[in-house]
Design a protein around this ligand. Structure first.
Ligand code: PAF
Length: 274
């Protein structure tokens, strides 16, 4: 695996290829990320992963400074997973001047759910993803479905800007007890870690009820919120939505249930399609 840090070295390394398949990450990699790399590998003629902790998508009270940076371990894992080229720019490389131009995603997609609780998050994500797609010359880009809304917002951005990139979503990798893999799981204490699968369990209950024909979506959401809060979680939302555009759910449509909740100081998100 070759590692490049500058835009010129990246451009030079890409000269030999026509179809980079790109996995953008913020590092602190786990098996979920490696699934993305393995999925991306056969989809291009070079597998390019990026590691960049993007300040623009962190709110003022979020964990930008403390976000785990584990570069050496990340490199070893990427190499083993088949990554050919790693682009790991510094902030000065990716943002050499203040980023005056930003991508503003539409409110109906980006100011709801995660966007309601993390104002500006999706503008930060879209802006960096647009830059990363441009400088990596991505023809395919692979993202995890754990960040379901992020994947949706990126798909819409790529479509509306006519970017020549196929966006591929990959199913969430879970621990054997159901907890979705996430870099933020590392923040959990031992006791919190053993409690954390409750989030997935709450979503499963909603999904089972819908599959069994339940259509009182408000009641199902409220029940899951109550369950989580009785278990000691502070839930931001449990929401049933249409898979296609995260619009309001209707019986008979392909639905997804999404949740974000805090356990102690750690905020986790998860979702289930049904
Ligand atoms: O999902 C992530 O890790 C980030 O939001 C992304 C897509 C790499 C953009 O910084």
């Amino acid at each position: 695996m070759r590692i490049v840090n500058s835009l010129s070295a990246l451009a030079e390394a890409l000269q030999a290829y026509r179809h980079p398949s790109v996995v953008p990450t913020m590092g602190n990699l786990h098996e979920g990320h490696l699934d993305l790399v393995r999925k991306a590998k056969p989809l291009g003629d070079v597998q390019l992963t990026t590691i960049f902790v993007n300040r623009l998508q962190f709110g003022p009270n979020e964990d930008f400074d403390s976000y785990p940076r584990t570069f050496e371990a990340d490199c070893a894992q990427l190499e083993a997973a088949g990554c050919d080229l790693l682009f790991a720019p510094t902030e000065a490389t990716l943002y050499p001047e203040p980023q005056g131009f930003k991508v503003t995603p539409p409110a109906e997609l980006a100011d709801v759910l995660e966007g309601q609780f993390r104002p500006g998050f999706f503008a930060g994500v879209c802006t960096v993803v647009l830059k990363l797609l441009a400088c990596t010359q991505a023809r395919t880009a692979v993202f995890g479905k754990k960040d379901y809304q992020q994947l949706m917002v990126i798909r819409h951005m790529v479509r509306q800007f006519n970017l020549p990139v196929d966006i591929v979503g990959v199913d969430t990798r879970r621990a054997s007890d159901g907890l979705a893999m996430s870099s933020r799981n590392g923040y959990l204490s031992e006791a919190e870690r053993s409690q954390a699968p409750q989030l997935h369990a709450a979503l499963q209950q909603v999904a089972q009820a819908v599959r069994a024909g339940g259509t009182d979506f408000e009641a199902l959401q409220a029940k899951a919120l109550n369950t989580l809060s009785a278990q000691g979680w502070q839930a931001d939302y449990v929401a049933l939505r249409r898979q296609a555009d995260l619009g309001p759910p209707q019986a008979g449509q392909a639905l997804v249930v999404l949740a974000a909740a805090r356990l102690g100081r750690t905020r986790l998100i998860d979702n289930l399609e049904m």
